[in-house]
Design a protein around this ligand. Structure first.
Ligand SMILES: [Zn+2]
Length: 176
């Protein structure tokens, strides 16, 4: 069953991005070139671009500049998935690297299934999995959002044990 991820990051970021444009929907790989042109984005030295992406509840694949917050790309959310994607701009645009790295939504690695649906909807060939995947846990002791490294479930800030199960709750926005 799909899980909808709500924004779990700092409230201040949510406020800061409120007037930023949402991400661009990819309906084909060619939309990437149009997006680059429109946003004056140039490939890196390896002829690649890395972008921020989010997947809407209706499986639209949205991209934004890699320095954008995921929550801005997602127009506040919620999302089915979020992360970073790298495309190689050969004659055919190739998706060569994709991850669930998003500290704004902290999605579980199994959100790949939703990413896959969104990519296939846009007819974008994909590697069949996240090429890099991460687990995120909230420290219930100090509130730090942790990225788990090598199955080490310990808070990077206060060293308390982290829960084995995903444990985020949406950022409280009632005061926004
Ligand atoms: Zn902690």
């Amino acid at each position: 069953m799909s899980r909808l991820y709500h924004y779990v990051g700092p409230l201040q970021i949510l406020k800061d991005v409120q007037n930023q444009p949402m991400g661009t929907i990819l309906r084909s790989t060619q939309d990437i070139r149009a997006w680059m042109q429109a946003h004056q984005i140039h490939p890196d030295i390896d002829n690649c671009i890395t972008v921020t992406f989010t997947v809407t509840p209706s499986h639209q694949f949205l991209i934004a500049d890699r320095h954008s917050e995921h929550v801005a790309c997602a127009a506040g959310g919620p999302v089915l998935a979020a992360g970073e994607a790298t495309f190689e701009l050969t004659s055919q645009i190739q998706l060569i690297d994709i991850s669930n790295q998003s500290t704004g939504f902290c999605p579980e690695p199994d959100c790949w299934l939703e990413v896959q649906v969104a990519l296939e909807k846009a007819r974008i060939p994909h590697p069949g999995r996240f090429t890099r995947s991460f687990m995120f846990r909230l420290c219930t002791h100090c509130g730090q959002r942790n990225l788990i490294k090598e199955q080490w479930f310990e808070c990077a800030v206060c060293s308390q044990d982290l829960p084995l199960h995903w444990n985020f709750t949406p950022t409280e926005t009632s005061s926004a």
